[in-house]
Structure formats: C-alpha cells, structure tokens
Design a protein around this ligand. Structure first.
Ligand SMILES: [Zn+2]
Length: 114
C-alpha cells in the first residue's frame, strides 16, 4: 500500500520534530497533497490510525488537504482549476497548460506538539 509508506516517512519526521522540540505528545498534524499524487485521504487516515495506536502520536488529529490542480495556459494565459489532469487549455483548446499547483506536492504543513 502506497499510503502506508507515505505515513511511515511522515511519522519519522514527526518523531524527529518531537525530539527537537522536547515535546511529550503530538496533538494535531496537517498534511498537504497535490491532487495528481492520487493519494487517498481515507487510506492516509487509516494508515495513520493503524501506525499510531500507541506512543506520542496516539490520538492526534489528522487534517488532510488536497490541493486542486491549477494551471496557466502558455498560449492565452488563461488560468484554470481542473478536476482531472489534462495537458490542454480548456479556453483556447490547443494551448499547453503549465500546471503550477496540485501536481506532486506532499508535505507536512504543521505539527502541533504539547
Ligand atoms: Zn489557452
């Protein structure tokens, strides 16, 4: 499962941060993914719960933000938000889109530590 590996590496970063800040437990974690990563929030949530049953991250609230796909047309300059990826501009039809958001983002936005 793709999501399990993602959560494992996220938890490594969280535990490192917990040590650095000498915190006792993690209260809330906010994650951000680009829509094109095809990461499933339910699967992330499930893996997170399964991997944090015990320890300093147990019971932490998980917020998952999926960034919509946004692009700008290299021909007409039209800015679009897409439900699913397409390389072509919906406005001028054959212009190529430069996708600037929602692509391969995968990051921890914030970690709340107590
Ligand atoms: Zn265009």
């Amino acid at each position: 499962m793709h999501e399990l590996g993602i959560v494992q590496s996220i938890l490594e970063i969280i535990e490192e941060q917990l040590k650095i800040h000498e915190g006792e437990r993690v209260v809330r974690v906010q994650l951000e993914f680009g829509a094109m990563t095809a990461v499933m929030p339910e699967a992330i949530e499930f893996a997170f719960q399964a991997l944090t049953r015990e320890g300093p991250v147990a019971g932490a609230t998980l917020d998952i933000i999926i960034l919509p796909i946004k692009g700008v047309c290299l021909d007409c300059g039209h800015q679009v938000e897409l439900d699913s990826y397409t390389p072509f501009c919906p406005a001028c039809v054959d212009g190529m889109l430069n996708i600037f958001q929602g692509k391969d983002e995968m990051r921890i936005v914030s970690i709340e530590i107590e």
